[in-house]
Ligand binder design. Structure first.
Ligand code: NAG
Ligand code: NAG
Length: 218
């Protein structure tokens, strides 16, 4: 057992390790997550045609932007005539900053897993046909600046968890079916009341210390 064998063994071990590393990167869970979204959507205009799961990563797909490390930072699919549903797998895009799906005809609910997108700056789902509640888990989005959910079929209260997002600048939930009262603290101090309008069951701004905001609201 000479030194040469030791070196050779080390080299083999290193090679195996680096192949494994590439294997992990290639596994491309982000591509898989986006492909799951593609399969869940109906796409009559073929805007998702380039979303080929056999590529090394999704960074060359149309409507996808990646950072220098090959991680997805933007999904740009506004006004793309898409219908179908969102998928929980979107919550795996941990470097995502912009989720732009406005002006489509997407149905179903907002997956609670979107609350895992800790780098998200913009969640634009406005002008779709999305129902269900605004998940309280969105309160975990501590980088969020734009939350535009207007012109959907959303029900339930405006979750108070959103009050804790100090970066939030723009909130629009107008033209839904929300109920309860409008938060007035934290970032909500600066949101115009017309960004809450046309929610027939939504009461006015909450009055501190008075009735619970979600009475008769679910
Ligand atoms: C959207 O898709 C429908 C088919 O589902 C098609 O008839 C319509 O022309 C498309 N609209 C646009 C703006 O591409
Ligand atoms: C909106 O979604 C509901 C189901 O939640 C469906 O019945 C309705 O047809 C959809 N509206 C449009 C314009 O697609």
């Amino acid at each position: 057992m000479g030194r040469g064998f030791g070196n050779m063994a080390a080299l083999v071990a290193l090679t195996v390790l680096s192949v494994m590393r590439v294997g992990l990167v290639r596994g491309n869970s982000e591509g898989d997550a986006l492909y799951t979204l593609r399969r869940s959507l109906s796409d009559p205009d073929n805007v998702l045609q380039s979303w080929d799961p056999n590529l090394v990563n999704p960074c060359t797909w149309f409507h996808i932007t990646c950072n220098q490390d090959g991680r997805v930072t933007r999904v740009d699919l506004g006004s793309s005539n898409l219908s179908g549903h969102l998928v929980p797998e979107l919550g795996k895009l941990e470097h995502l900053q912009y989720l732009e799906l406005y002006k489509n005809n997407i149905q179903g609910t907002i997956p609670v897993e979107l609350g895992n997108l800790k780098n998200l700056i913009s969640l634009d789902l406005y002008n779709n046909n999305i129902s269900g509640v605004i998940p309280p888990a969105l309160g975990k989005l501590k980088s969020l600046v734009f939350l535009r959910l207007n012109d959907n079929q959303l029900t339930g209260p405006i979750p108070r968890e959103l009050v804790g997002i100090s970066t939030l600048k723009v909130v629009d939930v107008s033209n839904n079916n929300l109920c309860g009262t409008i938060p007035t603290t934290g970032p909500f101090e600066h949101i115009q009341l017309n960004n809450f309008e046309n929610n027939p069951r939504l009461e006015g701004p909450e009055l501190q210390g008075l009735a619970s905001y979600d009475t008769n609201c679910s």
